[in-house]
Design a protein around this ligand. Structure first.
Ligand code: SF4
Length: 347
């Protein structure tokens, strides 16, 4: 059995944004986008952060590389035998870590400067980080990176708009991997692409992970994509992680009512089966007006008084010998009442 160890260790991460009003932009309150989130990412694995829009998954990913400055917490990044807290680093050290932790964004068209050629786009981080010293060296490296993402190096003088969405995402991946990172934070990397192209990009990401021993934090709202791509899954709701476990545990034994709702909304591969949809009500609340206690209590069919008064902590459920953490006061009762799948013919 391969030994796994965390390369990223996120502890009590929080991100609050000011709510402003009027011409003077007076601060009238705060929105908690990420609320006391802790998780680890093991070296070489893919951890998926999953949730609906507004769950805080993208904000969490951005906080890890300080694309936005978190309000509180620690993000430990392990390098060899030592680790550094990314949130405590000065600018120069932070830039070093950012070479090793890189992001791939959802919309490859928006993330690639349309005025730059593919050569310029991919060579830019190489020049900035002194990886190459002249154009000959840069072109050779760009050609190598384009081949790595299965694009023809002869196309490097073209501009991004002359490529398809899938090709643009390949260019963005080549740019991301140009500095040979260890960790890639992929924020909805296929959701802007046609379904037919999504599988190609997902396969490419998997292939590159194997070849380069990459670690992925894979941010997505799409459970079908996550099922294909991830080793472990963390489910987020209104800024908190509500459940985290291996992919198989999450799909076969979801313990949190919100995870069950997400799974019920996601197609399953067997056409003879359907999921029993929990009777959740209403929409995701406004993050500026978080419900007290468990934030899911306004939609949860199992909610009782304790759910409205006490925030449930993420705790080990002790199931199946796998680390399976859930933040629900009543998960044992909820699990007993669940039959996540039933045959359409009633058998
Ligand atoms: Fe539902 Fe209560 Fe569990 Fe929250 S703590 S998910 S409201 S049962």
């Amino acid at each position: 059995m391969t030994e796994v160890s965390p390369i990223i260790d996120v502890r009590n991460l929080s991100m609050k944004f000011d709510r402003v009003k009027g011409f003077r932009r007076s601060v009238i309150g705060q929105v908690v986008a990420v609320d006391d989130v802790s998780f680890t990412v093991n070296e070489g694995e893919t951890l998926a952060l999953v949730g609906e829009s507004g769950s805080g998954k993208t904000t969490t990913g951005r906080c890890l590389v300080r694309a936005i400055e978190p309000s509180a917490g620690n993000v430990f990044y392990r390098q060899g035998d030592s680790s550094v807290d990314v949130l405590a680093l000065e600018r120069r050290e932070l830039n070093e870590v950012r070479r090793k932790m890189r992001m791939v964004f959802q919309d490859p068209f928006a993330s690639l400067n349309p005025r730059m050629t593919v050569e310029q786009l991919i060579a830019e981080p190489l020049y900035i980080n002194n990886v190459v010293s002249d154009r000959t060296e840069a072109r050779a490296k760009v050609a190598e990176l384009l081949e790595m993402v299965q694009l023809d190096p002869q196309l490097m003088s073209r501009y991004p708009h002359t490529f398809s969405g899938g090709q643009r995402q390949r260019i963005a991946i080549a740019r991301t991997l140009s500095l040979e990172p260890q960790v890639v934070i992929a924020d909805e990397p296929v959701s802007a692409l046609d379904v037919s192209i999504q599988a190609q990009i997902l396969n490419l990401l998997k292939e590159l992970q194997r070849e380069r021993q990459l670690t992925y934090l894979f941010i997505s709202h799409d459970l079908a994509v996550v099922r294909y791509q991830s080793d472990r899954i963390a489910i987020m709701y209104l800024g908190r992680i509500v459940e985290i476990s291996t992919r198989d545990e999450i799909f076969e034994r979801p313990l949190h009512p919100y995870t069950q709702l997400l799974l019920a909304s996601s197609p399953i591969p067997d056409p003879r089966m359907k999921r029993i949809r929990p009777e959740t009500i209403g929409e995701v609340p406004d993050p500026a007006n978080r419900p007290s206690g468990c934030a899911f209590n306004t939609r949860c069919p199992y909610a009782t008084d304790i759910c409205r008064s006490e925030v449930p902590q993420l705790k080990e459920s002790g199931t199946a010998g796998e680390a399976h953490l859930v933040a629900c006061h009543l998960w044992e009762a909820v699990e007993l009442s669940q039959r996540p799948l039933e045959a359409l013919d009633g058998s």
